[in-house]
Design a protein around this ligand. Structure first.
Ligand code: NAD
Length: 462
């Protein structure tokens, strides 16, 4: 459903009352709700799979691994650890503040707004929701209007699982999101483009609402001369063409040592054939571009960079199909290097010196991910040290986001704050610091009159 400001006020008031009643706080309630979410996702597995096939032609295996199974295992992990995460953390108290105990108590923010993108439209709404529930919040979810089939399945799933006073879905695009962003939410969790991220942050600035931004960017891959080229090619091709390149942490472009450049190109072509056959359009394992707007954007990049196509390049507007495409680029000045590609087009550029390559990447906005393929430990350490980026892998792509023990998020223009696993619980919790004083003894040295007390104070505070 769409929504007016009045309707939103009603939703917010109901959620506020529900939150203030305190029911969302207990461990038992959180566990019960997470379990309900788990069961609902399992129950709707087929509808989810069908909807994602309609929206993105997402292959069922990808849907299970990156959407359904991803959220299920996140719930499983949370159920297992929630009591320990919720426990107040005792910390020391310095001598001059004694007698007292000190602790950090994790408390929910209140009502959280979660805004999702189109590319992993189930995962990127429901995994933040796992964190919001685990931390004891109420939540409003705003799915992407660009993936309408899954958006309506998510709405149904949430409607039938939770009272709307607790968790609800609001549908709509820019206009509805603008209305939502003006409302007094206690936390905003946004996943999407950097351009909209700025709009979200500005709106949050108005109310000083705390927020998480999960954005994108041009995530680089570097391949040095020591890398295992065949395996490297496979891992890059897999990470790039998964979900038709519409992955926030997909390799955006590759910098390859000039000595292995041709070999890498050759192995990547072979990997594409092994994965998707001679005609990827006929492969059940290759998806489609989300809509005509994005298709046109990508087709436009291809047209401008057509001179450099060394593999793929075929397109079909009716079918929103873009073939897995490799571009052999001589330098950084081409259309495909101007902004995040977010589609199945992969530029590959040669480099002569690793240090220089890292310097060149460093001059660009800090990326969400970065990947380095090498057998050289020292070079790997240098890459990790020298290049700022959200997170990444050595000798793999994408997989760091699948490890629930690793907090996930960007840096600067690729986002702020992190989630996944325990980090999700922490992101949706406020750490309230409490010093609990014993009234048994009062140290009066800190009270006026101060005369003669300074040297004594200096003994404790130093
Ligand atoms: P988007 O920014 O266009 O849309 C995201 C959400 O913002 C949608 O729900 C949309 O309705 C809303 N929105 C759009 N324009 C708005 C406006 N002017 N004001 C308020 N709200 C608005 O992003 P997208 O195209 O759905 O997703 C692709 C982008 O998301 C890529 O840049 C990708 O890298 C990024 N992404 C990041 C992550 C991550 O985890 N960091 C994950 C997936 C995608």
């Amino acid at each position: 459903m769409g929504m007016t400001g009045n309707e939103l006020e009603i939703i917010m008031n109901k959620q506020k009352a529900y939150y203030v009643s305190g029911v969302t706080r207990s461990l038992a309630f959180r566990i019960m709700m997470l379990q309900k979410l788990y069961d609902a996702i399992e129950h709707y597995e087929k509808e989810i799979t069908d909807a994602l096939h309609k929206d993105l032609r997402k292959p069922p295996l990808e849907t299970y691994v990156t959407e359904i199974g991803f959220v299920l295992s996140s719930i499983t992990h949370t159920l297992k650890h929630l009591d320990e995460w919720m426990a107040p953390e005792k910390v020391k108290t310095p001598l001059h503040l004694q007698p007292a105990t000190s602790m950090i108590i994790k408390q929910p923010y209140g009502i959280a707004l979660v805004i999702g993108p189109f590319n992993y439209p189930l995962q990127l709404l429901l995994d933040p929701l796992v964190g919001a529930i685990a931390a004891g919040n109420c939540a409003v979810l705003k799915p992407s209007e660009d993936a309408p089939h899954i958006a309506s399945v998510v709405e149904k799933l949430i409607d039938r699982t939770f009272p709307s006073d607790y968790v609800t879905v609001v549908q709509g695009g820019k206009e509805v999101t603008t209305t939502l962003l003006a409302a007094p939410f206690d936390y905003v969790f946004f996943t999407g483009s950097a351009a909209v991220g700025k709009v979200v942050m500005k709106a949050c600035a108005e109310r000083l609402t705390p927020l998480t931004l999960e954005l994108g960017g041009k995530s680089p891959v570097i391949v040095d001369s020591t890398a295992d080229i065949r395996k490297t090619a496979e891992k890059i091709v897999w990470g790039k063409f998964l979900n038709t390149g519409q992955t926030c942490i997909a390799p955006d472009y590759v910098l390859a040592d000039v000595s292995i450049y041709d070999q890498l190109l050759d192995e990547m072509k072979k990997a594409i054939q092994r994965f998707y056959g001679k005609d990827a359009q006929k492969s059940p394992d290759y998806g489609r571009i989300i809509n005509n707007r994005h298709y046109q954007r990508l087709a436009n990049i291809l047209e401008q960079d057509q001179l450099y196509i060394v593999d793929g390049g075929r397109v079909d507007a009716e079918d929103l199909y873009i073939e897995p495409t490799l571009l052999a680029l001589p330098d950084w000045n081409q259309a495909s290097m101007q902004e995040e590609i977010f589609g199945p087009i992969l530029p590959i550029l040669p480099y002569e010196s690793l240090g220089l390559a890292i310097q060149q990447i460093s001059a660009l906005p800090k990326s969400l991910a970065a990947y380095f393929f090498t057998e050289n430990e020292k070079a790997a350490d240098h890459f990790i040290e020298a290049l700022p980026f959200g997170g990444g892998c050595i000798n793999d792509t994408i997989s760091h986001a699948g490890n629930i023990h690793l907090p996930f998020g960007g840096i600067g223009p690729s986002g702020m704050n992190q989630y996944h696993g325990k980090a999700s619980f922490e992101t949706f919790s406020h750490s309230k610091s409490i010093l609990k004083k014993s009234t048994a003894v009062t140290m009066s040295v800190s009270y006026p009159p101060y005369k003669g007390k300074l040297s004594f104070v200096k003994r404790f505070i130093r």
